[in-house]
Design a protein around this ligand. Structure first.
Ligand SMILES: Nc1ncnc2c1ncn2[C@@H]1O[C@H](COP(=O)(O)OP(=O)(O)OP(=O)(O)O)[C@@H](O)[C@H]1O
Length: 350
């Protein structure tokens, strides 16, 4: 029996993880192999629950094992996932989260908060544990976009309780102020307010913390991007060239700060703003193009009425675009994290 197990493992070690370019056995993604008659049963541990490659793995494992290991006629694969752990978060923030993803834009109004909200909801729909910090302290839009009008968060053990909607844990200054009494804060106060959102909130153990940064490349986004250990940043742009030139500035800012750019999202494509500017920019700079989201009435209404389109209309073009976007972001985050020396990959977590 152990002989067959070894043969199955040897066959599986020819299956290469397409994005990490290593075989799935040395990555320790194959666990708990059992042979039961003609069935090989095992678990594959992915680097994200939102993995777009499950079908590819299934097919490649079948090709590797069936017909090469005598007596094995079928595979019974169970799926599990472990998002890599960014150790800098424990060291610098002591906050219970594995990775932090910033959503940014070169200028205001391009749909950064809309992308943050739908990305967070889509990742949660895939089974990830997700938090969302609205770091746009002076113009917090996340509560409205998530349909939350809840008042102040409860305090438990001297920490605020995050407020949950659509499976996502959320913290925003929108919960602490009212639109007619906006917060007046200067740089250092803004900064310590956001730090408290990481450290003084009772977050569950999260796979992904999505941070909706303030727009642009001014002091506030710059100092935030600099002081929190980001796995990487997403840049949202509209397709037209004026918007793209602002996105170029955002990319340059992250380069200077040594924050990896996870990729470019082109939002509001269609007749009005056109299409393709964000993708062309990504190609020119050697950045990943994460996808485009069409300009659609249901996206705006979703924001206005607090019903994220990826949750309430996943079958529409915009809903499907956000779901695909989330998978690409998750896959890209794993790849970028695994290249970072401060990250504990799945092959060590055991
Ligand atoms: N794909 C889309 N189709 C239609 N409307 C959209 C789309 N994306 C965003 N919007 C709408 O555009 C407006 C601006 O979006 P949003 O608030 O997300 O932008 P932002 O970049 O976060 O802005 P800010 O600079 O204020 O933070 C909102 O009314 C939103 O509903």
């Amino acid at each position: 029996m152990s002989d067959i197990r070894e043969q199955v493992m040897a066959a599986l070690s020819t299956v290469i993880e397409p994005e990490l370019h290593k075989d799935i056995v040395s990555l320790n993604m194959v666990r708990d192999l059992e042979i039961d008659g003609g069935t090989a049963r095992f678990t594959i541990v992915l680097t994200t629950p939102a993995c777009p490659l499950k079908d590819v793995f299934l097919k490649r494992c079948e090709e590797a094992v069936l017909g090469t290991v005598p007596g094995i006629e079928q595979l019974d694969i169970r799926w599990d996932s472990q998002v890599p752990v960014d150790r800098r978060i424990q060291g610098r923030l002591n906050a219970p989260m594995r990775s932090i993803i910033a959503v940014s834009s070169g200028k205001g109004g391009v749909g950064k908060s809309t992308v943050s909200v739908n990305l967070a909801v889509a990742l949660a729909q895939e089974g990830a544990k997700v938090g969302l910090i609205d770091a746009d302290i002076l113009n917090p839009n996340v509560p409205q976009m998530m349909g939350l009008n809840t008042g102040r968060p409860k305090v438990v053990n001297n920490k605020m309780q995050p407020i949950e909607a659509y499976g996502v844990q959320i913290m925003s200054t929108g919960f602490l102020t009212s639109p007619d009494k906006p917060m007046i804060m200067r740089g250092p106060m803004l900064h310590s307010a956001i730090r408290q959102f990481f450290t003084d909130v009772n977050w569950d153990q999260l796979d992904y913390m999505v941070v909706d940064l303030p727009p642009g490349t001014g002091d506030a986004p710059l100092s935030l991007a600099q002081s929190f250990p980001l796995a990487g940043a997403i840049i949202v742009t509209q397709p037209q060239s004026v918007a793209v030139s602002d996105a170029i500035r955002a990319a340059a800012m992250f380069d200077q700060l040594d924050v990896p750019v996870l990729g470019i999202v082109e939002n509001m494509t269609g007749e009005f703003f056109g299409s393709g500017g964000g993708e062309a920019f990504a190609q020119e700079r050697g950045l990943t193009f994460l996808g485009r989201v069409p300009m659609a009435a249901n996206v705006r209404e979703g924001g206005d009425y607090g019903r994220p389109v990826v949750a309430v209309a996943p079958e529409t073009a915009a809903g499907a675009a956000f779901a695909e976007l989330a998978q690409r972001v998750a896959a890209r985050t794993s790849v970028v994290m695994m290249q970072n020396a401060d990250v504990i990959p799945i092959n060590i977590i055991g």
